[in-house]
Design a protein around this ligand. Sequence first.
Ligand SMILES: [Zn+2]
Ligand SMILES: [Zn+2]
Length: 391
Amino acid sequence: MNIVPEIAALDTEMRGWRHHLHAHPETAFEEAATSAYVADKLRSFGLDVHTGLAKTGVVAVLTNGRSDAAIGLRADLDALHIHEQTGVPHASVNAGRMHACGHDGHTTMLLAAAKAMTERRNFDGTLYFIFQPAEENEGGGRVMVEEGLFDRFPVRAVYGMHNWPRLPAGTFAMREGPLMAASDTFEIVATGKGAHAAMAYQGKDPMLFAAHAIHALQTIVSRNLHPLESGVVSVTQVHGGDTWNVIPEQVLLRGTVRTFRDDVQALIERRMRVLVDGIAAMFEMTATLRYRRGYPATVNSAAETAHAARAAAAVVGADSVDTNPTPEMGSEDFAFMLQRRPGCYVWLGAGHGPDTPNIHNPRYDFNDAVLPIGASYWVTLAEQQLPRAAA
Ligand SMILES: [Zn+2]
Ligand SMILES: [Zn+2]
């Protein structure tokens, strides 16, 4: 393991930052105290700090030498609406909010890398340390991009990292192409004709629509998608009816669609419309489908994935870097940055045995043992990707 010496020296301090952030979690676009904490730390390291992008976003700039080479390193600031059940001394003091995705650890590792780089200054170019709000659900990364992140801070490539408790600590995984899926949501409202349940022949029963639709939607992936392509269609909510003896007027279905490719996403949406219209016609009622595109797929570019693998191998050894992991159908709003710039999103192994709670679990806590590994990866990547400082 090659931990950068300036990072090793920060080990105790990093745990302190992480525990402070963990105890004070804030959710999407309300990360005011977190943002101020991060900005203060970055200023104290002597960095040029910009605040207010996407409300609570922070970008710190470190320039050395004259080269116009520039890369961006990104972490996320936000927590989740979860009641923490870890019982750790640094547990959340903000009721109903919890750093259950490890963004406290991500923020800490990027802070440590920023501090180490101000001390090392052995590069020629500019480093942008990007701390984004609202990764969970609200697309803070998209808002930063829309508000001109890359116009104000012209990076050539951008890199992201997420702790991954399903992989052992001391490992990394990344792959060229999609690593995380596009995440869409849908809502279907079927409107029939209410009736006395004993006189069903006088009505148009939207429950029948729901039963047929849930079943038919499952044929899209199995019967319309190429067997080597990936997609998920999940109906996750069914709402309709209030009592035993009434056929309701309406039934509402909601759910999510996950895909890696634009053409697969378009195929699924098109087939959903055909099925919804067809089933409604079959039962002589009306149905509407609202399909909302959310986060795009997180797609890593080839060269930057090779750069990320090289940096990870320099820290943990090539045998501990998996460059062909099975992608996950979860999603990540770093995808919006990767739509604008080449880059790579990596998983940082963070597991400590088979019982490690996964992210978004109320018993999850970021694994402090990987703080120096992730921070050393950032430093190593930056120094490999920017020219060496002139002697
Ligand atoms: Zn999360
Ligand atoms: Zn996360």
